[in-house]
Design a protein around this ligand. Structure first.
Ligand code: 13P
Length: 248
């Protein structure tokens, strides 16, 4: 069975004291949730403020550069992240693909260096509204998952997938249960083809895109949805804890 994961992508939000207070609030409210892994992705300047020894909370980086070290002004290496106790990274978020022109080639390099640094990866994929309306959404996700084909089984063990339909991100439009489960089952089949049924069943596939305390429960009840990657609703202690509570 895949591990249940609820991840909070804070994006470029919160001042330092707000970030610390949100993190502490989540930490305090978590004691009862023993099996779900919680990963918080704060703006990178707060990562070392938040690294904790709480058994259920990991702190991850929203972004990094693929080189190990050197003259890359402004960048952070995956080895530096690992060195400060950060264990997770996001790769392939649609905002980075679209706003920062992250190409498949760059994403492959990021994937390789994150694996070399022994980081766990949440790899994001998702289609635009136009692609869904044209019926090319499955094809789009398949092409975004091509990157996984070159990975060994051991490397696949370090990966979780987040399916985030772009039209659902920050819009209040959530995929229907049918749309989400269809895509998650499709992703699971691709993972089976790239590895084995056994390994694919252990890879967590998260849903993201206007997931909140009102729709989380039914989404997480879908057989192939193993948790969520939460944006807006992760910025308030109460709503985030309710989402965590929704997962069995
Ligand atoms: P929202 O939950 O705000 O739609 O954001 C989803 C997301 O992009 C998480 O990475």
């Amino acid at each position: 069975m895949a591990k249940k994961i609820i991840a909070a992508n804070w994006k470029m939000n919160l001042m330092r004291e707000e970030a610390i207070s949100l993190f502490n609030g989540v930490k305090k409210g978590l004691s009862a949730h023993k099996e779900t892994e919680i990963v918080v992705f704060p703006p990178s300047i707060y990562i070392s403020d938040l690294i904790s020894n709480h058994p259920l909370i990991e702190v991850g980086a929203q972004n990094f550069y693929f080189e190990e070290k050197g003259a890359f002004t402004g960048e952070i290496s995956p080895f530096q992240l690992k060195n400060i106790g950060c264990n997770y990274v996001l790769i392939g978020h649609s905002e980075r693909r679209e706003l920062f022109d992250e190409s498949n080639e760059l994403l492959s390099k990021k994937m390789r260096s994150a694996l070399d640094a022994n980081l766990k990866i949440i790899y994001c994929c998702g289609e635009t509204l136009q692609e869904r309306e044209e019926g090319s959404h499955l094809e789009k996700i398949q092409s975004q998952l091509e990157i996984l084909k070159s990975l060994t089984n051991d490397e696949l063990n370090a990966i979780s997938i987040a399916y985030e339909p772009i039209w659902a991100i920050g819009t209040g439009l959530t995929a229907t249960l049918g749309q989400a489960e269809e895509m998650h089952a499709f992703i699971r089949r691709i993972l089976i083809d790239s590895s084995s049924k056994e390994l694919a069943s252990e890879i967590s596939i998260l849903y993201g895109g206007s997931c909140n305390e009102n729709n989380a429960n039914e989404l997480f009840n879908c057989p192939n949805i193993d948790g969520g990657l939460i944006g807006g609703a992760s910025l308030k202690v109460d709503s985030f804890l309710k989402i965590v509570d929704s997962i069995k």
